[in-house]
Design a protein around this ligand. Structure first.
Ligand code: ZN
Length: 201
């Protein structure tokens, strides 16, 4: 009887943890590594810190306040929660992207020679607050009022998620030159930011 119960329970567990949604991150198997990866205000900056719960994800920080790793981890959780709610992630491409992303925080904005606004209109020489640098790396200005929810992090993560899913980051957003980014992606970013702001971040 006991054997049957155990088999039943393990089957149930297999069933319920078959890997859908944000719960997949919660194992935190690398806890000892994350514990030793901490920001040290007495050392020189920038410093690279691992982001707990997200395998090899990391951030490069210009100071220890921008941002504590648990705040960045929560931002990534919220991003994935919202992404799966809107678009799903059956092939785990977005999860895989989040598990290796490197976020470089900056206290200064940058000037970009060329780019597109959200509507897809091209611009030149404009201040930018975020930019995808590669498949796994993004540069992000710290955000207005020093809040992650007021930064371009989620915007850049959508670019990277699209690249992971479809091979192109869709640089012109809702414009029609490149495909991938839809109105729903813009709305998802707004909702993710609101959710993060509810945590005072
Ligand atoms: Zn963009």
């Amino acid at each position: 009887m006991l054997k049957k119960v155990i088999i039943f329970l393990s089957l149930m567990l297999c069933f319920t943890c078959s890997g859908h949604g944000p719960g997949v991150f919660l194992s935190n198997e690398n806890k000892p590594i994350y514990k030793s990866s901490v920001c040290d205000p007495d050392k020189s900056f920038p410093q690279m810190i691992l982001i707990p719960f997200f395998e090899r994800a990391s951030q490069i920080v210009p100071n220890c306040q921008t941002y504590p790793k648990h705040e960045t981890a929560l931002a990534l959780f919220i991003f994935y929660y919202k992404w799966t709610e809107y678009f799903g992630d059956r092939d785990y491409a977005v999860r895989g992207m989040l598990e290796k992303v490197m976020i470089q925080w900056d206290t200064h904005k940058k000037v970009s020679k060329k780019g597109y606004n959200l509507k897809g209109e091209p611009f030149e020489d404009r201040n930018i607050i975020g930019r995808v640098e590669s498949d796994s790396m993004t540069w992000v200005w710290q955000g207005y009022d020093h809040r992650i929810s007021q930064s371009a992090l989620f915007h850049e993560l959508v670019h990277m998620a699209l690249r992971a899913k479809f091979g192109t980051a869709d640089p012109d957003h809702e414009g029609s030159k490149y495909r991938g980014w839809t109105r729903a992606h813009s709305v998802m970013i707004i909702e993710s930011k609101q959710m993060l702001a509810a945590f005072n971040l």
